[in-house]
Write a protein that binds this ligand. Structure first.
Ligand SMILES: Nc1nc2c(ncn2[C@@H]2O[C@H](COP(=O)(O)OP(=O)(O)OP(=O)(O)O)[C@@H](O)[C@H]2O)c(=O)[nH]1
Ligand SMILES: [Mg+2]
Length: 200
């Protein structure tokens, strides 16, 4: 099925699990630490400059954003973790909301794929590993996207990807996809995974 990606709206900005949509549409969720490039990935996939707000101040907004694509699919932007300057009460809100998405979500069966973003230069942080271990233990289908690949030269990148792919916590994902919002590397591969897992 062909998706008209121009027909995308930010349908719901949920600050509380009670606001998650009660809808039959498949959901694809993006997880990753603050600043890893989740919003930039969404803008790249949907060919929009500023549909998802790219933060100059990371971790500011703590909401789960549901982008409805052509009335057929939700791309779900989860709030980033690991933002050091976040206050204790904001951390609590973050956990309640993100845990809520996975554990108190009546429509969890609509979640078809988690896209876990890992910065290709930084590599997996302790929080990334926790998340990936949890995804695996929960049997949630997930792929790993290595972000900001444009920051490395071609040869350095190739070496880095080989290194990352040696790590079991990453290579055990359904796929690992090098990506850049700047060069659009990996855009088509990410779409392919989204569409096949959503049965679209
Ligand atoms: N060079 C480069 N910079 C990128 C890329 N993707 C994102 N960035 C930059 O990284 C910063 C964070 O990007 P965001 O897309 O806002 O990251 P996020 O994961 O949505 O962050 P939070 O919403 O705070 O969780 C911004 O300054 C982006 O311009 C990329 O592919 N290449
Ligand atoms: Mg963001």
């Amino acid at each position: 099925m062909k998706l008209n990606i121009q027909n995308t709206v930010l349908r719901i900005t949920a600050g509380h699990p009670s606001q998650f949509p009660n809808s039959p549409l498949p959901q694809i969720a993006l997880a990753g630490r603050s600043n890893v490039g989740k919003s930039s990935l969404i803008n790249t996939l949907l060919e929009r400059k500023a549909l998802a707000r790219v933060s100059s101040e990371p971790g500011k907004t703590i909401t789960v954003n549901f982008y409805e694509v052509d009335q057929k699919l939700f791309i779900v932007d989860l709030p980033g973790y690991g933002y050091a300057k976040r206050s204790a009460s904001d951390k609590k809100r973050w956990s309640a909301l993100t845990d809520g998405y996975f554990t108190q979500n009546k429509n969890i069966d609509k979640l078809k794929l988690v896209i876990q973003l890992v910065d290709c230069k930084v590599g997996p942080t302790a929080d990334d590993v926790t998340m990936l271990d949890w995804l695996r233990a929960s049997n949630l289908p997930h792929i790993v996207v290595y972000t900001k690949t444009d920051k490395l030269s071609k040869t350095a990148l190739q070496k880095r990807i080989e290194e990352l792919n040696q790590l079991e916590v990453l290579s055990s994902a359904i796929a690992t996809i090098p990506f850049s919002a700047t060069t659009k590397l990996g855009k088509n591969e990410v779409w392919k995974e989204i569409l096949s897992h959503s049965n679209l």
